[in-house]
Write a protein that binds this ligand. Structure first.
Ligand code: B12
Ligand code: SF4
Ligand code: SF4
Length: 378
C-alpha cells in the first residue's frame, strides 16, 4: 500500500488481484429488516428440511449474534458466469442438466482460500480482528451484500448487479473495526417479473419471497427422500440445482463468462447421459464428482434426481433402452433409489406392462415408501 492509496482502495486492489470482481464495505446495522424477514421465512416453514436454518436462527438473524465484536463487513463477489445460455440444455431430455454453479470445482474451497489470503493481508496492514465466511455459516450474505452496494436482491431473491449480472458467489469478511463504508444499492427490477414467470415449479410466494420447499434447487440438493410427484414432472432434466430464474434476468446481458478455469464446465459435464449416470455405484459416483459440490449430496439423492429425470425422458421417448436401464435400479440397495426407479418406469410403460413388472418385482420390498410408489400413492 502506498502513502497515496487509502486502505479501502488497497484492499480492493488485493481482492481484484485474487480474482474477485467486486469488494465493498458496509457497517453492520442496528436495526435490520432482513432479520424479521428471515424469522418470517422460517416461521412459515419455507425452509423445509433445512433444519440447520431453524437450529441456528438466533445467530443467523444478525452478524453480531454470531460474533459480538463484529462492526463492519467486507463483501466480495466472485464471478462464475457461463459461456452459453444454461436454458439451452433443457431441451435434451436424455442428458443431465447441472446448474452452472456446480459444473466446475466446489466454490466453497476455492473462495475460502482466497478470502483467507485477503484476510491475512488485511491483518498484516491493520490492527483488525476478522473472520471469513462463504455460504455455510449462519450469516445472511445477500442482505449484507445489498447494504454494501454489491447489487440488490432481485425478485428471485438473489443478488443482481448492474455491472456483473447475477452469476456470482458471495464471500464475507466480518471485521471488528469500520475501515470504510460504501453506499447501498437500490432496487432496479422495476416492472420486470421475468424470473417469477419462468419458475417451473411456481416457487415464489410473491416478488422477493421464495418458498424453498418448491424450489428445484432445494429439492435436488437439500431435500432427502422422495419428493411430491408434481415437482418430479416439473424438474425436466434439472438433476442438480436450477438456473432458470437467473438465466432469464435481463441484467445478465452485462455478465461475463468466468475466467477462472476451476469454475468453468469440467470436460464432459455438459454431456452427461442420464442412462450412464443411473448406473453409478458409490465408488464411481465419488470418482466422477471428486472436488465437485455435487459429491456433498451423496449417491442416494443424486440417483433419485437422475431417475426422476430419466422417468421424464421415458414418458416422452418410450424407449426400450431407457426402460431396460431403469429396471437396473429396481434392485438397488437404497429404498429411495428403488422407489424413484418404480416411478420412472411408470412414466413410460403402459398399464399392462407395468402390472407385469409389479408381479415380478414388488414382492419382498418390505419398505412402505417403495410400495407406495408401486401402488401410485405418491
Ligand atoms: C438457504 C440457501 C438456499 C436455499 C433457499 C434460497 C433462498 N432464496 O433463501 C435454496 C436451497 C433454495 C438455495 C438455492 C439457490 N442458491 Co442459495 N443459499 C442459501 C443460503 C445458505 C442462505 C440464504 C438465506 O438466508 N435464505 C433465507 C431467506 C429468508 O433469505 P433471503 O433469500 O435473503 O430472503 C430475503 C427476501 O425474502 C427478502 N424479502 C422478503 N420479503 C420481502 C419483501 C420486499 C418488498 C423485499 C424488498 C424483500 C423481501 O428479505 C429476506 C431477507 O433479506 C445462502 C448463503 C448465505 N449464508 O447467505 C446461499 C446463496 C443465497 N445461494 C446462492 C446460490 C448461487 C443459489 C442458487 C442460484 C443455486 C442454483 N443454481 O441452484 C439457487 C437460487 C434459488 C433462488 N431463487 O434463490 C448464492 C447466491 C449468490 C447471489 N448472487 O446472490 C448464496 C449467497 C451462496 C453464496 N455464498 O454465494 N439457496
Ligand atoms: S431456482 Fe428454479 S425452481 Fe428455484 S426459484 Fe429459481 S426458477 Fe424456480
Ligand atoms: S428477472 Fe427481472 S424481476 Fe427478476 S431479478 Fe431480474 S430484473 Fe428483477
Amino acid at each position: 500500500m502506498s502513502a497515496e492509496e487509502p486502505l479501502a482502495d488497497a484492499i480492493r486492489s488485493q481482492a481484484f488481484t485474487l480474482g474477485f470482481s467486486a469488494a465493498r464495505f458496509c457497517t453492520l446495522p442496528d436495526v435490520w429488516a432482513a432479520s424479521d424477514r428471515l424469522q418470517a421465512f422460517v416461521e412459515a416453514g419455507y425452509h423445509g428440511q433445512m433444519q440447520w436454518m431453524e437450529d441456528t436462527l438466533q445467530r443467523r438473524l444478525h452478524p453480531q449474534n454470531m460474533w459480538d465484536g463484529a462492526r463492519s463487513a467486507l463483501i466480495l463477489a466472485y464471478n462464475y458466469g457461463p459461456k452459453s445460455n444454461p436454458l439451452d440444455g433443457l431441451a435434451q431430455t436424455d442428458m443431465a442438466n447441472i446448474s452452472v454453479y456446480a459444473r466446475g470445482d466446489d466454490y466453497h474451497e476455492l473462495i475460502k482460500k482466497k478470502l483467507k489470503h485477503l484476510a491475512t493481508w488485511i491483518v498484516d496492514k491493520t490492527a483488525c480482528q476478522l473472520k471469513v465466511f462463504v455460504d455455510t455459516a449462519p450469516l445472511m450474505e445477500k442482505p449484507l451484500a445489498q447494504l454494501a452496494g454489491i447489487g440488490w436482491q432481485g425478485k428471485h431473491t438473489n443478488l443482481v448487479s448492474r455491472d456483473l449480472g447475477s452469476w456470482f458467489f458471495l464471500g464475507v469478511i466480518l471485521l471488528d473495526e469500520v475501515l470504510s463504508e460504501d453506499a447501498p444499492e437500490g432496487d432496479h427490477c422495476g416492472s420486470c417479473q421475468a424470473c417469477l414467470d419462468i419458475c417451473p415449479t411456481d416457487a415464489f410466494v410473491g416478488p422477493y419471497q421464495l418458498d424453498a420447499r418448491k424450489c428445484l434447487s432445494y429439492l435436488t440438493i437439500e431435500h432427502r427422500g422422495p419428493w411430491p410427484e408434481v415437482y418430479r414432472h416439473q424438474m425436466g432434466n434439472r438433476i442438480y440445482g436450477c438456473d432458470d430464474c437467473l438465466a432469464v434476468c435481463p441484467w445478465n446481458k452485462f455478465a461475463q463468462a468466468t475466467h477462472d478455469i476451476k469454475l468453468q464446465t469440467r470436460g464432459g459435464f455438459d454431456g452427461l447421459d442420464l442412462h450412464d449416470l443411473v448406473q453409478l455405484d458409490d465408488a464411481a459416483f465419488r470418482a466422477l464428482f471428486s472436488k465437485s459440490a455435487i459429491k456433498r449430496i451423496g449417491r442416494e439423492s443424486f440417483l433419485r434426481n437422475v431417475l426422476y429425470a430419466l422417468g421424464n425422458h421415458f414418458r416422452a421417448s418410450r424407449s426400450h433402452e431407457t426402460g431396460a436401464r431403469l429396471q437396473y435400479s429396481l434392485s438397488d440397495e437404497s429404498p429411495v433409489v428403488r422407489g424413484a426407479a418404480v416411478w420412472a418406469l411408470r412414466q413410460g410403460l403402459d398399464a399392462e406392462a407395468f402390472a407385469q413388472m409389479v408381479t415380478q418385482h414388488k414382492g419382498g420390498e418390505g419398505d412402505s415408501a417403495v410400495i407406495a410408489e408401486w401402488e401410485g400413492r405418491v
